[in-house]
Design a binder for this molecule. Sequence first.
Ligand code: FDA
Length: 392
Amino acid sequence: MTKTDVIIIGAGASGLMCAIEAGKRGRKVLVLDHANKAGKKILMSGGGRCNFTNYSIEPDNFISHNPHFCISALNRYTQWDFLALIDRYQIPFHEREHGQLFCNDSAKDILNMLLTECHNAGVVIQLNTDITDIERIGDSFILASNQGRYSCASLVVATGGLSIPKMGATAFGYKIAEQFGIKVWPTRAGLVPFTLQPDDKDTFSALSGIAIPCVVSNARQRFRENMLFTHRGLSGPAILQLSSYWQSGEAVTIDLLPDTDLAQVLKTKRQQKVKNTLKTILDSYLPKRLIGCLCAEELLALSLQDCSDKYIALVAAQLHQWMIKPNGTEGYRTAEVTLGGVDCDAISSKTMASKAVPNLYFVGEVLDVTGWLGGYNFQWAWSSAWCAGQYV
Ligand code: FDA
């Protein structure tokens, strides 16, 4: 049996960060992962450039049944702390919209930095390890695996969420929580494209590839971003963001012209005796194909001069408050994150340790903390793991 101080299950963003911090404190750290490579999600993130944090990190950018839980960790290890690390490794990066920070070259820069830090801190990373059993015996955790048995004083669960099973995502972390009597909130896919009802799919799949700046909202949230029509449904940042706030069966409202008061524009043009049809006028605001799908042909054929206030209001409502009821989401196959997870009320927000099971820690996405699109999920991984790393 291999004996060590700390075992971390999961060599992803949070597992590696926790290992670095614990290793720096002189703890003997072993990271176990069933995958054949560490940090696979880091490598595929941000289109290969890893949106590793954001200039503006606020608790409101996170979703949890316990919205206060994330505050302490985010305040103790901030985006500026991670940027200081990036700076030390001279990793070139740039800012995109909404303060999102991406590598200039490759997400490999982030993974290599973490692996170098692990190496410097004496951390051992063992891949291809399937853990078959975990037991608590006395003050130790005993793990059985296809590579042998291990014992440790502190066990850290850093197994992430369920998104992209092809990349090695499993429900193992939730099962460990349940094994030790820790509540797990039901999980569902977040930051995920919507699929459409069959009729809508037939209509809108023809628009595949069209991107529109818009405001997408429901009763709980609104996001002003781009939306993308795909051959399966709706995607793009606006949709991904709202998907994390969406409940099955609910309609979403889309303002396709958030910078224009369409009713006012049409009334003004009517007053100016503009003689064009509604179609000609609307075509200068939105892609022709989209207008054709959203507005009735008879309405579009009307000359503006023949349009009553009622018709104008009808067209404006259709384009400012287009309501569509998604059929569902694309699920974990394409989701960036998993909502729900290990109940934060059962975990210390200072140490990330279970309140009931001494020396059992949970970090990163396995916890019921889900960030918005924009580098927030990695910042949560860094912050929560850094905190645990000070105590394991
Ligand atoms: P993570 O998933 O990184 O790591 C978990 C590790 O546990 C994996 O190595 C896995 O193999 C291992 N594991 C799982 N089950 C196991 C088992 N049974 N036994 C052993 N090991 C096991 N976020 C962001 O902020 N900016 C971005 O640009 C992106 N982009 C992005 C793109 C795509 C396509 C996805 C899917 C996700 C993102 N994200 C993101 C989200 C981000 O990747 C995610 O929130 C973090 O990687 C979470 O870090 P964790 O360490 O918690 O889990």
